[in-house]
Design a protein around this ligand. Structure first.
Ligand code: DGL
Length: 274
């Protein structure tokens, strides 16, 4: 038993899509979250920067008392998970990968697309996943500019967002892609807009539920679970952000429908990589 919080990290508020699943599966866990909104997006940065920012962000959550870290960001997991684990060997750290394996198992047309950031799309982690789990499946990897920024502003279903999505999804639908992997934690918030464009022709898969299950397994293995009578979850979460707390708070209200406690903090980066 361990009453300390789980620390959740993303470059911005996309990791809330994973947090919603953690809240659902582990309602007694206290949660703290660091959104590096002031330095988002990570996906267009060189890997050295993503590593330094991820190490700083996770370090901050550990100083706030986190017992376990969830890197709720495909980009940071792909570029930096090994480095973050090496920097904090005493803290269990759960990372994530795009859901290529379930997509390859369930596609009927044999055509899958992965929507991810530039950094994830070029990373070794995704290449390894595709060669390990998607043999014989046609996998298109698309790194669409602009979507992360729209979600950061809470613009998840505006006419401009749907027009941009339609320009990326149109060619995939025309190719016969029937399964879309949401390989960035911001993208599950675009589900309604994507479904309005695809009209049910594509199933959407994200890794949030699997990350929450893995978090539960690691907590159980290490005897780190919260006391059963503890109150926690997303409603009681404190979200630290390096961006503007008022606008981040507005976006969160749009995305999840209620307010959480938003506090300004900039995690200090020690390495000179900028
Ligand atoms: N949410 C992040 C992910 O899952 C990336 C967003 C960004 O580019 O910062 O990949």
């Amino acid at each position: 038993m361990d009453p300390r919080p789980i620390g959740i990290f993303d470059s911005g508020i996309g990791g809330l899509s994973v947090t919603i699943e953690i809240d659902r599966q582990l309602p007694h866990e206290r949660l703290i979250y660091y959104a590096d909104s002031g330095r988002c997006p990570y996906g267009v940065r060189p890997v050295e920067q993503i590593r330094a920012l991820s190490i700083a962000s996770v370090g901050f959550l550990i100083t706030q008392g986190a017992k376990l870290i969830v890197v709720a960001c495909n980009t940071a997991s792909s570029a930096a998970l090994h480095h973050v684990r090496a920097a904090y060997p005493d803290t269990p750290i759960v990372g994530m990968v795009p859901a290529v394996k379930p997509a390859a198992l369930t596609t009927r047309s044999g055509k899958v697309a992965v929507l991810a950031t530039v950094a994830t799309s070029k990373g070794q982690a995704l290449a390894d996943l595709i060669s390990q789990f998607a043999q014989g499946v046609d996998v298109s990897v698309v790194a669409p500019p602009g979507l992360v920024e729209l979600v950061e502003r809470g613009e998840v279903n505006s006419a401009a967002t749907r027009a941009l999505l339609a320009s990326y999804l149109g060619p995939l639908l025309a190719q016969g892609v029937d399964t879309l992997v949401l390989g960035c934690t911001h993208f599950p918030f675009l589900r309604t807009a994507i479904e309005s464009i695809s009209g049910g022709r594509m199933q959407l898969i994200d890794s949030g539920p699997a990350v929450a299950r893995q978090t539960a397994r690691v907590l159980a293995e290490r005897d780190l679970e919260a006391p059963a009578n503890q109150s926690g979850g997303l409603h009681d979460m404190t979200l630290y952000t390096s961006g503007d707390p008022a606008s981040v708070g507005d976006t969160i209200r749009t995305l999840i429908g209620y307010d959480v406690n938003v506090v300004h903090h900039i995690a200090e980066v020690r390495e000179l990589v900028f």
